[in-house]
Design a protein around this ligand. Structure first.
Ligand code: HEM
Length: 456
């Protein structure tokens, strides 16, 4: 039987031990106290299993035995993302259909086409930071969110939020953040508490209505005025699945649009925010990153797609940031049949178990000094022979992130241009505090910037 933390109470189980809004951090803390790579915890009436050793995760990654099974968290998100790619059950027909239709739009080749769209938004960031806003504190995750939301909206739907020209984050973002936060809160609420959460329910419904309005507007507009672009929306409106001969239906397209807006920006903005935080904590790595930006983009060189392949330091910074703080910090799978893992833990058919990525990424059997930020772990000689299942920032198998190339393209380009143009600093001596929605990101992290002089 897997171990469980002490202090379980009748009815609530372990719920009373979880600080509000800090579920993932609590799970990571409990994982540190249970070195076997597995524990169970009780949330009200529900028992959940958490797994984080590379050996056990290697078993869970065997796609003949396991597949993604949306757990309680994603089931809540289905209230607005339905059977979109991210929240679909693997067996749902729409998953396969949408996966086959959309895969080519996320190939390495397709990234060339998105590069200029992302650069357009990076230019807006540079313009903002070069003006009065650049003289004060920069709220890092807010500006990274402006960048990633605007980029996916252009690549996805040729929609321009122009977030950098606005003081407040777009109301769409407020609604989405609030809906995701509520979906998470529901996980740690008892049924009886849920019954009294009328205000929260009303807000949840209002937030969903707001998001649907925006998305329905975008789709209606495109139907009215077809555009000759290569964006995801055109593909979804016109492509036919080769296997079934069918197109995606309108409701599903709405779910996919919302899915890309959600999945396509929170995680990438969190990644960039953690990466800047970690760079500021490790000046010798920051110096390497500046040097690389100057080598690949000397002076005012305008970035081109081919430059990305030369950004080895920045790529390793991003990989290591995602090891310590994977911004999509958990995913769940279930076995097709009753089974046993690790030679002794019995799992039930179709019942989801959870992989906690930040704990997996610290498995001491794989990672030396796991708490240390060390980008040299990602040198080819250091990677050789490492258990490939010790690192899952983008999930696993057929249900892994479809947007990973997009995310990496975007993060590399943004980081390189920022380091080319600006010197960053942390005059407030930020202490890491993590904000959890469905994703994680540094909370209230401000940095300062100034234009780099030619001799730095
Ligand atoms: C799936 C992480 C960026 C779209 C996933 C999963 C993870 C993940 C862990 C699997 C979830 C599970 O197994 O339940 C990330 C991270 C990102 C990122 C860390 C950035 C650093 C993006 C971007 C897009 C995107 C930019 C879209 C442009 C999706 C979609 C799925 C997915 C649609 C569902 C795929 C499927 O099941 O068919 N992502 N993601 N993600 N991601 Fe990402």
């Amino acid at each position: 039987n897997p171990p469980a933390p002490p202090g379980k109470l009748p009815l609530v189980g372990h719920l009373h031990q979880i600080p509000k809004g800090k579920l993932i951090q609590h799970l990571l803390a409990v994982a540190r106290q249970h070195p076997g790579g597995i524990f169970k915890m009780t949330f009200g009436p529900r028992e959940s299993l958490f797994i984080y050793s590379a050996d056990l995760v290697a078993e869970l990654s065997d796609e003949t035995r396991f597949r993604k099974m949306p757990g309680p968290g994603l089931k809540q998100v289905r209230a607005f993302a339905g059977d979109g790619l991210f929240t679909a059950f693997t067996e749902e027909e729409n998953w396969g259909k949408a996966h086959r239709i959309l895969m080519p739009a996320f190939s390495q080749r397709a990234m060339r086409g998105y590069f200029d769209m992302i650069l357009e938004v990076v230019d807006e960031l540079v313009e903002k930071w070069s003006g009065p806003a650049g003289k004060g504190d920069i709220h890092v995750s807010d500006d990274m969110t402006r960048l990633t939301l605007d980029s996916i909206a252009i690549a996805g739907f040729d929609h321009r939020f122009h977030s950098f020209q606005k003081e407040q984050l777009d109301p769409f973002l407020e609604a989405m953040g609030s809906a995701l936060g509520e979906a998470m809160q529901r996980l740690t609420r008892l049924r009886i508490q849920q019954r009294f959460a009328g205000k929260e329910l009303k807000q949840f419904e209002a937030d969903i209505a707001m998001m649907n309005d925006l998305v329905d507007g975008i789709i209606a507009e495109r139907r009215k005025t077809p555009a000759d672009t290569n964006d995801l929306l055109n593909l979804m409106l016109t492509a036919v699945d080769a296997e079934t001969g069918e197109a995606l239906d309108d409701v599903n397209i709405r779910y996919q649009v919302l899915t890309f807006l959600i999945a396509g920006h929170e995680t990438t903005s969190g990644l960039l925010t953690f990466a800047f935080y970690l760079l500021l904590r490790h000046p010798h790595v920051l110096a390497q990153a500046y040097a690389e930006a100057d080598r690949v983009l000397p002076g005012d060189t305008r970035p081109e797609y081919r430059h990305l392949a030369k950004m080895d330091v920045i790529e390793r910074v991003l990989k290591e940031a995602q090891r310590l703080w994977p911004t999509a910090p958990a995913y769940s799978v279930a076995p097709y049949e009753d089974t046993i893992i690790g030679g002794r833990y019995a799992l039930k058919k179709d019942v989801p178990v959870n992989v906690i990525s930040p704990a997996l990424h610290r498995d001491p059997a794989v990672w030396e000094n796991p708490e240390e930020f060390d980008i040299d772990r990602w040198l080819p000689e250091a990677e050789r022979g490492r258990n490939p299942h010790a690192y899952k920032p983008f999930g696993s198998g057929a249900r892994a992130c479809i947007g990973r190339q997009f995310a990496i393209t975007e993060a590399k380009l943004a980081m390189a241009v920022i380091l080319q143009k600006f010197a960053i600093s942390d005059p407030h001596f930020y202490r890491l505090a993590i904000k959890e929605t469905l994703t994680i990101k540094p909370d209230e992290f401000f940095m300062r910037i100034r234009p780099r002089s030619p001799h730095e």
